[in-house]
Design a protein around this ligand. Sequence first.
Ligand SMILES: NC(=O)c1ccc[n+]([C@@H]2O[C@H](COP(=O)([O-])OP(=O)(O)OC[C@H]3O[C@@H](n4cnc5c(N)ncnc54)[C@H](OP(=O)(O)O)[C@@H]3O)[C@@H](O)[C@H]2O)c1
Length: 285
Amino acid sequence: MKILVTGSSGNVGRHVVNELSRLGEEVVAAGTDVEKLGKMFDGGVSVAQFDFMRPETYSNALRDIDRVFLMRPPHLGKPEDIYPFIDSLKEHSIRLVSFLSLMGIEKNPIPPHHRIEKRIEASGIPFVHIRPGFFMQNITGLHLKEIRERDTIFIPAGESRTSLIDGSDVGLAAAAVLHEPERHMNSAYTITGPEAMDYYQAAKVLSDLTGRKITYGKPGILKYRNYCINERGLERKFANVTAALYLMTRMGTAEAVTDDFFRLTGRQPKTFADFVMENLKTFER
Ligand SMILES: NC(=O)c1ccc[n+]([C@@H]2O[C@H](COP(=O)([O-])OP(=O)(O)OC[C@H]3O[C@@H](n4cnc5c(N)ncnc54)[C@H](OP(=O)(O)O)[C@@H]3O)[C@@H](O)[C@H]2O)c1
């Protein structure tokens, strides 16, 4: 039987696909653009057309599948967008669904991941919730523009600390549980990087490794939200969710460091300095 990986072109999904293949599993990489997936994995895995918003794509994607890596695309803000797919899993003999959730979600009902976790648990399908901290990829993604163009980390996290984790490490952790479903079923793991740092420290790492003076802008929450909408042209809903997540961060919700990654993989997670070194070219103007 095979493992279906949703969001397989994403920050975490692509690493789930690669690691499961390395472990000898048969993988189906799913997404809305199969041509892109074919090029990305260079014919090494099967690909399937899959769209959460199009239930008619589910049954083909789920053929011969007994484990699922489930992620919520960031722009699908309502948990209800994911429910039809979870419900359809009940009709298949699924041995494990590994859901890409969020650190601290067990105590925070506001982000959609909270209710998605509950829905999975209520379905009776064996599950593992993977609850990562903030991804380092946010620095080379959402926040790259200000670093490149203005030498500033523009994140409204105040003086709080964050245990940033590399998305590739989150992928390794998810692959580990999918490879040994019976060992991990009906549990949750909080996956963090090896250290908690504030964004002044992150700016220093960036400055030291790029050779440019990069500072931490430390905008207020509202200023950041308005900037995202008015100057970056980001969707209002997305800007609101991001601002809310950084508001929580200010209360210390993103600073815990756990050893769950080591327990699952036997490896140490990447440091922020490792990540910056690997992506040095990306930060160039
Ligand atoms: N960023 C963080 O710091 C962080 C931290 C903790 C948890 N998380 C959670 O991790 C998840 C992934 O976040 P991310 O920012 O890293 O995103 P990402 O992996 O870059 O997400 C985009 C993925 O979603 C897929 N997708 C988009 N629309 C789809 C649809 N209608 N049906 C099926 N697939 C669709 C895309 O595939 P196609 O290209 O094939 O459409 C792509 O692979 C989110 O739920 C987020 O809340 C993020």
